[in-house]
Ligand binder design. Sequence first.
Ligand code: ASP
Ligand code: MG
Length: 469
Amino acid sequence: MKFGGGAVANGEKIRTVANLIKRFKEEGGEREKEERKEIVVVTSALSTVTDTLLENANRVAKEGKVEKAKEFVEELRKKHELAASEAIDNIHVLKEVKREAKERLAEMEKALTGICLLGELTSRSLDYIGSFGERLAAPILAGTMQSIGIEAVHLTGGDAGIITNEEYGNAQLIWGVEREIRERITPLLGDKIPVVSGFTGETKKGAITTLGRGGSDYTATIIGMAIDANEIWLWKETEGIMSADPKMIKNARKIPYISYMEAMELSYFGASVLHPRAIEPVMKKKIPIRVKNLFNPEDAGTLIGEELEKTKKAAKAITLIQNTSIINIAGTGVRSISDVAARIFSVLAAKDVDIIMISQGSSERTISIVIDSAQLERAIGALQSIDSGGTVIRDYTSNSNVCAMGVVGAGMAGTPGVAGKVFSALGKKGISVIMISQGSSEFNISFVVKKEDAHKAAQAIHDVFEMGT
Ligand code: ASP
Ligand code: MG
């Protein structure tokens, strides 16, 4: 079971989570021991903590004010002590949890002070600082569980065997780590419940790494895979995976079942329900994932599984990525379009620009790419660095007033007319489409519209595929 930042936002919520775990743990209590549930818990940082950690690490490195670093550590101490005091009744447990928090915060203060004095923030120190949210949360949740009579032990990602490479900020598991995780977790199961800090890992040399923003989902599926879990439950403050963002589309509806492939398309395409890599670990073993609703724990939530469901509905969900920019690059006639593309993509890759969509108009020698607007400056810088006497790029333009959208559904594969339906729905609303691309899996049609058209476009597509019913 994984609990996100919203689920453990404060002491009261942490208490609710602990009681929920207790209830599921004890459900099989009267029965034979083998029938009882064994649970591993993965927790995120208290909501917003990771953001503030990363912001403050950057700020402190830039401004170099040691008092500011101290102030921030103090703020964090207060926040976590308050949560612990609200959640934990047993005074002995509380004392121990506070002691641990203090110890961890002292380590953090040391690191922040160092960053401050050096005025330099490496990706390795940024991961170290960023990991504290989860490393502070797990002891509090485990303590809360202890204080209501569950034997809980907390572990960092590294303790749990999440051993990664040194790609800080987006670390990858090293080969064969599955066994390590199994050997560390399974002996703890039985009467105890391990509470693992999500998002964090460790290199072989013991440096702390993180798995990318939202990475606690990924921690949960990695562990679930390694220990052959029956199911992985991701507890969120939402009904499950939705047909569209309910904040935007009023009749958005919970999707009861969705395949791994579709869920992957959705998470790559901006639906913030799942970490994009969270599905990968479970695919081979076909372990079902459930997105469960904290406000309605009995509900089945959304089940994510192997099977590609055959429903009449060709498209299940519409997602959109806010704050995107499109760059149109025109090549010169001097080089082949492949050569131009190769150069463009290699400079963008070198500058770590993530490309959301690509399309190519070969006759005009243009390549259009869509990226996160936060990376626009970097991307432009990278393009300007291609300097081969003007033989590669003739011209480029960019536009940040756009929104990338994706229609997802396994039913689209091999079904004629789906694209027609998408684009005629947009046409009827007078929305013009700036760019189109379709993955060869055919589980996804993506396109770009003007920002101000995004809402109308999402509603039109939601309606035409009857996603709300
Ligand atoms: N706390 C981390 C983040 O905010 C990981 C997570 O929440 O899953 O990105
Ligand atoms: Mg979070």
